[in-house]
Design a protein around this ligand. Structure first.
Ligand code: PLP
Length: 485
């Protein structure tokens, strides 16, 4: 039984002293806060995504109702503290509920500042845009504010497409790319699953990620190519990087062929790599970039497209073209801007990028130590800062040599099983949350808040060590036991 009132089904005429439109059985904020886990599950099934519950059940996520969150930790309905190495896929640079971010939001509310005043300019949007232009290198100066990574990337593709011009409508994108799920960016997202059977734009040309020769060939053979879009570090692909020389050669090729380069920094940006933008490691500047996730200070939805001034002016620089892609209704609303402004200041005041670099190095070195200890289970450790991938061996490789050829035939089907088992057991037995990966499902992604300290890394490594020490057979048995138990 639900602990919510049943939905009204009949419409009786209002009585004389009743309002003309009767209030439906709406839940209050207090109802939402007090909701039981069972009701939450029922409502998720009835109104949000029944199919997704299947995966939550496999991983044990369906037993958790998060009540509060602070810094590196969630706290659930039973008072259990869960160490967050998932970090909302990179959305929590300053951690959960950073006190300065909360204080800025409270003051904004108490002062009755406005959120929406579309007719007028906004001092908050202006300040945030100025901060982003200040942080971004080169002449990445023009800012479009939105509320999701997909929206920022749509804006990036549109500004570049218009600046490239109608005669050069083709866009190069990478294998295993992820740029979002709205239809424009889905057209340059390389996932058969997400692409489904939607009718997408047909101007994309796919190349292997990090393959400069493939890009050179494409640019040389097709003069209609006007834009190339790449994540600087592929997240959904399983934390995949290209060397600095690739980005330097890409910049030179783009200049030679007059192609505009969009760097998607939605996941790897905002300091996660140890620099504000991951492309800064290569010492080059793209024509357009995009941020989201942590730009919202872990408290709100905020995203930005940042374009070189020349590119922006070509696309939308005159009164006649200015409104083609101007701010959407919620682009740059007050409290979201203030949250982002405070979050950016916190990142520099607390040296969170320096911390990501230092403690990220420590995390990677500790994971490599575990790789040396469990080479039959861990295949690779990679990444930089707090954007780290832990790749497990294919399932057959974890078994005795005799069984490998037989089970090897099933490796593709079993991809994601070992990472799933380990992730589920980390949560169940050690109160640690990690993230999984869309394309290479053998990879666990580690994207904790940039406030993560060595003590948190030690706690995580100790938990992982204890799970791996059980050996694959026991990990599988424990996982199956938890499913039937
Ligand atoms: C690299 C990258 N680009 C774009 C997006 C889309 O962002 P959003 O989910 O906020 O629409 C994501 C989200 O995971 C991402 O990782």
């Amino acid at each position: 039984m639900l602990d919510v009132p049943a939905r009204m089904t009949t419409e009786a005429p209002p009585l004389a002293d009743e309002p003309a439109v009767r209030k439906p059985n709406l839940l209050s904020v207090d109802d939402a806060k007090a909701m039981s886990l069972a009701t939450m599950t029922d409502l998720f099934k009835s109104h949000i995504n029944p199919g997704q519950l299947h995966f939550m059940k496999l991983l044990g996520f369906h037993k958790v109702k998060i009540e509060t969150a602070s810094g590196m930790y969630y706290t659930d309905q039973n008072g259990r503290r869960i160490l967050d190495f998932f970090g909302g896929f990179g959305s929590l640079a300053v951690g959960h509920n950073h006190p300065r971010v909360i204080a800025a939001r409270k003051a904004f509310q108490d002062e009755e500042r406005h959120e929406i005043a579309i007719a007028f300019m906004s001092q908050y949007a202006a300040a945030l845009a100025k901060n982003l232009a200040e942080i971004a290198p080169g002449d990445l100066d023009m800012v479009f504010l939105g509320s999701s990574g997909s929206e920022a990337m749509e804006a990036a593709i549109k500004v570049a497409e218009r600046a490239a011009g109608a005669k050069r409508p083709k866009i190069v994108y990478a294998e295993n790319s992820f740029h979002g799920k709205t239809k424009g960016v889905l057209s340059v997202t390389d996932s058969p699953l997400y692409r489904g059977e939607f009718r997408l734009t047909e101007n994309g040309i796919k190349v292997p990620f990090g393959d400069i020769e493939a890009i050179r060939n494409a640019f040389e053979s097709d003069p209609e190519i006007g834009v190339i879009v790449l994540e600087t570090i592929q997240g959904g692909g399983g934390i995949i990087e290209a060397p600095a020389t690739f980005w330097q050669q890409l910049r030179a090729l783009c200049d030679k062929h007059d192609v505009l380069w969009i760097a998607d920094e939605v996941q790897c940006g905002m300091g996660r790599s140890g620099r504000f933008f991951a492309f800064e490691f290569a010492g080059v500047v793209p024509d357009v970039t995009a941020l989201a996730k942590s730009l919202g200070g872990g408290k709100t939805a905020m995203a930005a497209m940042i374009a070189r001034r020349e590119v922006y002016m070509k696309a939308y620089g005159t009164p006649k073209t200015a409104m083609i892609h101007a701010q959407a209704t919620f682009g740059g609303i007050g409290e979201a801007c203030v949250t982002a402004i405070e979050g950016l200041n916190v990142m520099y005041d607390e040296d969170l990028m320096g911390n990501a670099e230092r403690v990220g190095d420590y995390l990677i070195s500790e994971l490599k130590r575990l790789q040396a200890k469990y080479p039959q289970i861990i295949k690779d450790v990679r990444g930089r800062g707090f954007m780290v991938g832990l790749e497990f061996q294919d399932f057959s490789q974890t078994l005795p040599a005799l069984l490998r050829p037989m089970v090897g035939m099933l490796d593709d089907k079993l991809k994601g099983s070992l990472s799933g088992f380990v992730g589920a057991e980390l949560l169940r037995d050690h109160d640690v949350l990690v993230a999984f990966t869309e394309y290479n499902r053998n990879v666990i992604r580690l994207e904790p808040p940039l406030t993560c300290e060595t003590a948190h890394v030690d706690a995580f490594i100790s938990a992982l060590d204890q799970v791996l020490a059980r050996g694959v057979a026991r990990i599988v048995r424990d996982f199956i036991g938890a499913q039937v138990g």
